[in-house]
Design a binder for this molecule. Sequence first.
Ligand SMILES: Nc1ncnc2c1ncn2[C@@H]1O[C@H](COP(=O)(O)OP(=O)(O)OP(=O)(O)O)[C@@H](O)[C@H]1O
Ligand SMILES: [Mg+2]
Length: 322
Amino acid sequence: MLLSITDLHIQFEAEGHITRAVEGVSLSVDRGQVLGLVGESGCGKTATAMSVPRLLPSPPARITRGRALFDGQDLLSLPLPELRRLRGARLGVVFQDPMSSLSPLHRIGRQLEETLLLHRQISAAAARALALDWLGRVGIPDPAARALAYPHELSGGMQQRVMIAIGLILEPDLVIADEPTTALDVTIQAQVLNLMRRLHRKNSGLLLITHDMGVVSQMATHIAVMYAGQIVEQAPAAEFFARPLHPYSSALLAAIPSASTRGQRLKAIPGQVPAAGQFPGGCRFHDRCPVARPACAHNAPELTPCGSRLVRCPYATGDTPA
Ligand SMILES: Nc1ncnc2c1ncn2[C@@H]1O[C@H](COP(=O)(O)OP(=O)(O)OP(=O)(O)O)[C@@H](O)[C@H]1O
Ligand SMILES: [Mg+2]
């Protein structure tokens, strides 16, 4: 297994107040797989994913338990210099907001070259050639001229392409992409996703976080659904979309109004995601669940194998009205 997260717990500490944002998350991504991590805002997707390259700001974030094995090595306890060598080279990250992660002070070509020179024993000329090659690959017209641009001189879509090039240029084994297209307008989103799909190598893994079930249905081979800091269902994508089992999964899918849903944010589920740390007792979804029984308010269900999936609901049948 390429990435295997087990029993991850993350809390945020601010002014003496502790918020338990992620509690007991386990998931895995193998070579060749695209794991779509979905769930409403605030459920802990970013915290989970960014804990892997240890890019959560700490403080306030603190990983209190769990492991993240990457090719057998626990990234959560790896000494920082070793982790830095892995980042980029074997572990690529594509962030949601290019302007917060591209350096505003350096030309984009230079930023790509630096990434290469930091991790590869190649000449400056070779780095430059490869940087231009990648600008072309991610669909940036006239790479030689654009390489001289500063990030603010590019459109949002072009900036995001540069981010993708930086995340992928070292051909990492695992790519983590957190909402890579949310900031873009709908037509550009489609182009950027197609690009990511095209560049996804058969022997690498992709952990793709998104609100957008349309995106996930097109790209993912596997799905993990998060709710209130926990995984509630994990399944092969085809089975999941044919018949989601957890009532929350059903509700998420029902929140998509039509087959053409790209850019659609999930918003049609009654009630709200509880704030982190204020999860209800029993099943965390019980107060919003259309099929909750009295016992659900008391019994916290475990994530349990169910055929080829894992489901956190003893009553999950997939036939639940959403
Ligand atoms: N820097 C922070 N300080 C304090 N609490 C935080 C911080 N970042 C996240 N949290 C808490 O952790 C919870 C999970 O946040 P996270 O960003 O992982 O959610 P998400 O699923 O990625 O949401 P979104 O879809 O909006 O990106 C949030 O509800 C929030 O309360
Ligand atoms: Mg997020």
